[in-house]
Design a protein around this ligand. Structure first.
Ligand code: DNO
Ligand code: MN
Length: 390
């Protein structure tokens, strides 16, 4: 069976370790969010967190994330120092027996949605809508040079969208697009984002990709010595936004990364919701090709519409074929004799979740519902395998 986990944001999380254990998880995925990006995670700090998790009867299964400093993505400023620090953190994690690190290589922002409370039958879900996003870019962020990124029709649709929004809805759109990094309660400001974007001027996809490859090659000896595996999270959404380059959005990107490394410690976090937001991404096909290098699974589903908008549907609804992915993961467990850690990625915000102080997307009951559905499906798949003598 997959190793069931939930993300836990640490002591600041309104969802407790006891809640997570009661949900049927054997582990958590967490990070030392209080350590500034780039600084070393000392063995002491890692040990403290590990003990806290273990005292609740859980394992610290995966680190998510050990964030990559923006200087490393740009290869400017103090990037060499940050890489050295990263290696030290990897050694310290390995020494404490933590073997999978998830990270991403998205410049400036982490995941991006235009609506954190899109109404669904079950409460609300996260949604990305192009008109809303372009309205944000054109009329709230007012990114220099933004006009040339959109054609007349797109700009007109964004304007019509924006003009119809109440002041409250405009504020909600701004705060959704400018929410801070995961685990941070501090939002970005407009000036903040504009300054960060400016620093990425001139960095195109090829350049960012080569920065990722160099980073991975530089940390490879540390990975092999410490035993830690790197699991890159896809871009979310998996297409260019704000004029920024994207390097982990589809199978060609993954293939390029794997061809560039000699180490099996360089691998993937296979996030079905993120990859699935791009219709060309055939998830089962991708899993068949790259499954051996999948070290962590994020299970959720997105429902796309023809315009490329999407929302996070129920875990077993939407466009992502989780049935086949779980089946393939079960086969992989059999052939490779390893069980992949998974977590229900995001969950709907049910009414009851409003009483729990959690982070956007990381409601408790919504995730518990997703986990329960996935677990039931997984159970049936294993039962069927057993009946077929597999
Ligand atoms: C989106 C989420 C993200 C993810 C980070 C990993 O699908 O899983 O918050 O955790 O981007 O670095
Ligand atoms: Mn994910």
């Amino acid at each position: 069976m997959l190793q069931k986990t939930m993300r836990w944001y640490g002591p600041q999380d309104g969802v407790s370790l006891r809640d997570i254990a009661q949900a049927g998880c054997t582990g958590v995925v967490t990070a030392l969010h209080h350590i500034p990006v780039g600084e070393v995670w000392t063995e002491d700090e890692i040990r403290k967190r590990k003990h806290e998790v273990e005292a609740a009867g859980l394992n610290w299964q995966v680190v998510e994330s050990l964030p990559v400093h923006e200087d490393i993505k740009k290869r400017s400023g103090n990037y060499q120092q940050w890489i050295d620090n990263y290696k030290t953190s990897l050694h310290n994690l390995g020494a404490q027996g933590i073997q999978v690190v998830t990270y991403n290589f998205m410049p400036v922002l982490d995941w991006l949605r235009t609506d954190l409370f899109y109404p669904t039958k079950t409460g609300s879900a996260l949604r990305f809508e192009w008109d809303a996003f372009r309205a944000f870019d054109l009329f709230i962020l007012k990114r220099p040079g933004v006009e040339k990124d959109y054609n007349e029709q797109q700009t007109a649709a964004a304007k019509a969208y924006f003009d119809h929004l109440s002041e409250d809805k405009k504020a909600a759109l701004a705060s959704s697009c400018m929410q801070g990094l995961p685990g941070s309660k501090e939002a970005f400001s407009r000036e903040n984002i504009l300054a960060l974007l400016k620093e990425f001027e001139g960095i195109d996809e090829k350049t960012l990709q080569s920065h990722l490859f160099q980073f991975l090659n530089e940390i490879t000896p540390a990975l092999e010595q410490s035993g830690v595996k790197m699991a890159i999270h896809p871009d979310d959404p998996p297409f260019a936004v704000l004029g920024l380059p994207r390097i982990m959005s589809h199978a060609d990107h993954i293939r390029a990364m794997l061809e560039n490394t000699t180490s099996s410690h360089v691998g993937l976090c296979f996030c079905t919701g993120s990859y699935g937001a791009r219709k060309e991404n055939d998830l089962p096909k991708m899993f068949r090709e790259f499954g051996s290098r999948v070290y962590f699974l994020h299970l959720r589903s997105t429902k796309r519409d023809p315009a490329g908008n999407f929302f996070e549907d129920d875990h077993l609804a939407g466009d992502a074929d989780l049935y086949t992915i779980i089946k393939l993961a079960a086969e992989l467990q059999h052939t490779e004799n390893r069980s992949i850690p998974m977590r229900p990625d995001h969950g709907h915000q049910l009414s009851i979740d409003q009483h729990i102080d959690s982070f956007p997307g990381y409601s408790f009951v919504g995730r518990l519902k997703g986990l329960a559905e996935i677990s039931g499906m997984e159970h049936a798949i294993y039962q069927q395998r057993a009946e077929n003598g597999l």
